[in-house]
Design a protein around this ligand. Sequence first.
Ligand code: HEC
Length: 319
Amino acid sequence: MDRGRRTAALAFALALGSLAASSGPPLAEMRWLAPGADPVAALGWQPSECLPAMRGGSPEAAQAVYVGRVAFRSPLLLGGQAARAGISCETCHRNGRDNPGFLFPGASGAPGTADVTSSLFSSHRGNGVDDPRPIPDLGGPRAMLKVDHDPASRALETFIHGLITEEFDGPEPTPAVLSGLAAYVRALDPAACGPAMPLRADDYLGDAISGVIAADGALQAGDRGTALVMVAAARTRLGRLDERFAGLPRSLAGLRRANAGLVRLEARIRAGDPRARGAISGWIRSAEALSPVLRRDEPRSLFSAEGLAAHAPLPPKGP
Ligand code: HEC
């Protein structure tokens, strides 16, 4: 490990330490916000996802994109340091796009770049040199992308498998999760991009519900491993909501009940309990009933511009 690397690793350890001591910023995402980046624009808005409505395909193809979309947003997919810090594919590729405000603490490189061969994340591939690259927009023009998207080549599957297991030291993904991620990335289409939109509590709640619906699809296919990954992803989305609703007891109580329901669901899936699928529809109904509760508290939460602006970092020092 060279000196730069050691400093980066130290900064990373400090970032994780502050998380454990909960003395860090209130939102995990604030830890990789470039100094001077506007927290309202970076954390209160989201780029358009460029995911076209799925029409005419087979249900299996739709389920693959669905599973991939959920996995893309789950830090647990990446394992190790990245998972502990709360980093998912979507941290860098926001809504499948790029992230101009991304700056990893301690890692050198301009905002919007990342070094995915960094030994911060990996015990396999750390190459000992800083080579941060611009985070590519996966919903941008295909001509700008380097990895072959043709399903026949399976280049995308190979690339994503390497990212998860080698760059990030993540656990071996289930076959459905890997092919789902590739299907999701392939489905992103520049022709389906729209304007940036405000990020809403309903977006994260919808992601959690998507995770549970994807888990149901996986259980239907007898794939308990993928179902567990999907439920875990849903829980991490509830965790993001929990951060944003700090200090708002009604919403927090509802979120914690929803999380407890998922913990019970996980136990049932793990035990092979045939009642797991029945429990899913009940959970989805109660999660949907949580939406108006969150919406009522949203103006006072860290989804609101006022709430986020209160956490604006100091502007960079002038000359
Ligand atoms: C820490 C930030 C970061 C994370 C997390 C991350 N990526 Fe990336 N991704 C990058 C960067 C930077 C590149 C460009 C690498 C290069 O140019 O060598 C890239 C490249 C890619 C590409 C290739 C695009 C092309 O040019 O064809 C794909 C596909 C991709 N990432 C998907 C994913 C998926 C799926 C995940 C989650 C398993 C993920 N990324 C997680 C930063 C990240």
